[in-house]
Design a protein around this ligand. Sequence first.
Ligand code: CAA
Length: 377
Amino acid sequence: MQLELTETQALIQRTARELADRAVRPVAAALDREARFPSELVAELAELGLLGVNVRAELGGAEAGTVAYSLAMMEIAKACASTAVTMAVTNMVAEVIQRFGTEAQHEHVRRITSGEHLTGAFALSEPGAGSDPGAMLTTAREVDGGYVIDGQKQWITNGAYAGVFVVWARTGGPGPRGLSCFLVEKGAAGLSVGAPEDKHGLRASSTVPLTFDGTFVPKSALLGELGGGFKIAMMALDGGRIGIASQAIGIAEEALACAVRYAQDRRQFGQPIGNFQAIQWMLADSRAELDAARLLTLRAASEKEAGLPFSQHASMAKVFATEAANRVCNRAVQVHGGYGYTREFPVERLLRDVRVTTLYEGTSQIQRVVIARELLR
Ligand code: CAA
């Protein structure tokens, strides 16, 4: 068993940390307050290879693997969770097109890694199909030369800033086996982007509904095989869940660091509150849980990188890391007392930002379904 990072992994981690410290953390509170999408930061991520960490160099990626990707996500998420989810979904889109795309479709990966596309979006969920994407209603009807897509998508991260959308639609019968996957470019006729969601956290990330009203795509827009869309979504989400586990760990690491500093600075009863066991136990539980989350997440990442089955381990990492991260952020606010409930201290934002991590890319309940199915198989 090897726990040290390789040179490449350490380099990517350092690169992400430097960007986070120099450019991301200083603006995170303002981005949150103004609900402003971090376009300039996303351009910097592209420049540093962080929009395609696990993408081949010939497609403009860093070709550094999934462990490096996880480490980079943690560093960016420490500084700004909104920027981190923008990065996570864009990496997921780049990877899914790299894996299932034709040579012509790979051009979209190049445009993502070069920053030309700004971001990519993953359009799976619908108003009536969240945990159960196999029940989606969007259709792609075959016509001369291609398909016509009609339907609505919901909760689309990066939707207002994406150059390319990976879109799932029904081309066959009911259930998951009737779905196919298409690449749709920004500005396609009949594609409209709805109003941004007014969210509890991640206020600087873009989350919008999409409407497809007779959107024509050529045959060459089909990603993978006709009817093979559901498996593509599941495989992409297996990897995506490592990204969200990493994001949650990053947010919670920042919260724990804030709590430790506060416990050392804040004095009550004539001494720093960190002298009290009540505070120490909260900090200790947080440290232990975060290390466990990190090990689970990096295990899943290294299995993915080695080409081993990793679906169950990715779900274990996601459910444990995101639930632990919620506890850690909650404790961090507790350590801060009333001050932690105000915008004067970053833990207020961190607690709002971490909340969604047990919801998106599969709720905690869905992760447990995936874990249990594997156990009982
Ligand atoms: N890898 C490859 N294939 C898989 C797979 C995987 N991980 N999981 C399932 N499949 C295959 C099955 O083997 C099956 O194949 P066959 O047709 O050959 O038998 C097929 O897919 C259908 O599988 P199931 O019958 O298991 O499908 P199901 O409808 O019961 O769904 C589920 C299983 C795990 C509950 C799945 O629906 C799921 O993961 N739901 C959650 C969806 C989700 O995570 N949404 C997140 C939205 S994206 C997002 O949040 C991004 C963002 O913006 C941040």
